[in-house]
Design a protein around this ligand. Structure first.
Ligand SMILES: Cc1ncc(C[n+]2csc(CCOP(=O)(O)OP(=O)(O)O)c2C)c(N)n1
Length: 515
């Protein structure tokens, strides 16, 4: 058995049975080892940003890591933006990055690079295997590091000679440490605040946004009158009819500041204090008011369900009924595809249990409110602000949940970073409907120019924000990657197109041309 074979067996032994990959020569022994195991699902991405973004989407839905297979420093480098997003999502990912044979690096062949240096900023754990005998043990440690709560990026660098040389055998899985127990003092402080009659915001992130934990938060809210919020961007929120609703803090700083102005304390479960995405001249970085204390009742490293249950018990709210969202669909809109009208169509069209991927940027500003009463669904967002996550997240989510429909809400500028994922969706016959919001500009950046105080916008600046010269032909691009689709210009046609798309059970792309 060689090092690569022990690696694959170690991955499978620990339950890692999906590998998103884009291989090269230095990974050929790993490819051969994967080939010996039909129980390992290998999914090819045509660019590494697809590979890493898909691993993120997979982890969020599967609750366990996938492996990635990346080609030396440049391959890893191509995947960095979506590894950054995955790190911010606290997703579990095991990167396997091939490298030159240990003795070859010295010759400075063209692909020689500082792989560890490239990996470190986006990895919580990095190691380069030193010998073939150590590959399996390193892999077991990498998997345990990725799985440790709340989820981490582990990068294992595999020199080619460590892959092809004789090795002893696979390593047994290592059980990661359990999340830390909540601290009693934090729980009782939270209970005191909730009983105080003061204005309390409860901030929910990470595992707190899963259905059973939302129910606990709902009981706490019903018993105390506190309001429930989540950060602006979340890894995965379970929402819709039958679930406790949580309000997402708005992206525009002024809107967030106005909404949160009266709160005296924030009790957080699985979320850091939310701050403005960017600094703006004359505006604060914090979105909760000056003097408002933020108390981390449970950090992401702690047992979030246990902390919610303890606070619930402290309030005596165990038997309180959590207020859940009733099914409430907006009226059918008519006419042009504006963000509000599109949100209403989406709310009305969602099949039960859809996984929604949200990279809609400005076209998605009203989605949170308008889709709240839709049928039950999951909502995955771009967590790290590095655009180009949408198509790959959809691909990864569909890999994890082949029986659930996926709806990718995709802004056009962001979509142009990683549309190669369509090809993977076609090849894997994934049930992904992509809705492109074709506003044909970087609309958010036009607003940001004004927000940072720029008064005049001339030809050069406009040229960097406009996508009309030439317009992007999304339906043709999708067709080129093997995905059927259509363009629509009214919400009536959008409704019909979504019905067709969800009936397809294969990938389908809808280009919604916006005014
Ligand atoms: C990796 C990366 N590159 C660049 C940016 C800067 N950026 C933020 S939003 C944006 C354009 C978004 O345009 P689009 O996706 O069309 O959405 P719209 O604003 O039109 O709704 C850019 C380039 C970024 N956030 N991440």
């Amino acid at each position: 058995m060689n090092g690569a074979q022990t690696l694959v067996k170690t991955l499978l032994g620990a339950g890692v049975d999906v590998c998103f990959s884009n291989p090269g020569t230095s990974e050929m022994h790993f490819v051969a080892a994967l080939d010996e195991h039909p129980d390992m699902k290998c999914v090819l991405g045509l660019h590494e940003t697809v590979v890493t973004g898909a691993a993120d989407g997979y982890a969020r839905m599967a609750g366990k890591p996938a492996a990635t297979l990346l080609h030396l420093g440049p391959g890893l480098g191509n995947g960095l933006a979506n590894l950054h997003n995955a790190k911010r999502a606290r997703s579990q990912v095991v990167n396997v990055v091939g490298d030159h044979a240990t003795y070859h690096g010295h010759f400075d062949a063209p692909l020689t690079s500082d792989v560890e240096g490239i990996a470190r900023p986006v990895s919580d754990w990095v190691r380069s295997s030193k010998t073939s005998h150590r590959v399996a043990g390193d892999a077991a440690e990498a998997i345990a590091a990725a799985r440790q709560a709340p989820g981490h990026i582990a990068t294992l660098i595999l020199p080619a000679d460590c892959a092809w040389s004789e090795a002893t055998g696979p390593a047994s899985p290592i059980e990661p440490p359990k999340p830390l127990a909540p601290i009693e003092a934090a729980v009782s402080t939270a209970v005191d605040w909730l009983r105080s009659g003061r204005k309390v915001a409860v901030l929910l992130g990470d595992q707190a946004l899963m259905e059973e934990n939302l129910e606990l938060a709902g009981k706490i809210s019903a018993a105390s009158g506190c309001e429930l919020f989540s950060p602006t961007s979340n890894r995965r929120m379970m929402r819709g009819a039958g679930r406790v609703a949580v309000e997402r803090i708005a992206y525009p700083v002024d809107v967030a500041l106005a909404r949160l102005a009266d709160f005296e304390v924030v009790l957080s479960f699985g979320a850091d204090e939310p701050v403005a995405f960017f600094a703006y001249p004359g505006k604060p970085s914090r979105v909760f008011p000056e003097g408002c204390e933020v108390i981390p009742v449970a950090t992401v490293r702690q047992d979030i369900p246990a902390a919610l249950a303890a606070v619930c018990e402290g309030l005596g709210a165990q038997n309180t009924t959590a207020p859940v969202t009733e099914l409430a669909l907006p009226d059918a809109p008519t006419g042009a595809i504006t963000p509000d009208a599109a949100a209403a169509v989406i709310a009305r069209s969602l099949p039960e249990n859809t996984i929604v991927i949200d990279e809609a940027i400005t076209s998605g500003r009203s989605l949170d409110g308008i889709t709240r009463g839709a049928v039950a669904h999951d909502w995955l967002q771009l967590t790290g602000g590095a655009i180009g996550g949408g198509f790959p997240l959809a691909t990864g989510a569909a890999t994890a949940c082949p029986d659930r429909p996926v709806l990718a809400l995709q802004a056009d500028g962001s979509g142009a970073y990683s549309l190669q994922a369509l090809w993977t969706q076609a090849r894997e016959e994934q049930h992904v409907v992509t809705l492109i919001f074709a506003n044909r500009e970087y609309r958010i950046l036009k607003g940001e120019m004004a927000n940072v105080g720029v008064k005049t916008v001339g030809k050069n600046a406009l040229g960097m924000l406009d996508l009309r010269r030439p317009t992007i032909g999304w339906v043709d691009l999708a067709k080129g990657f093997g995905v059927a689709g259509e363009a629509v210009e009214s919400v009536e046609d959008l409704t019909a197109a979504l019905t067709r798309g969800f009936a397809e059970k294969r990938p389908y792309l809808i280009e919604a041309i916006m005014p």
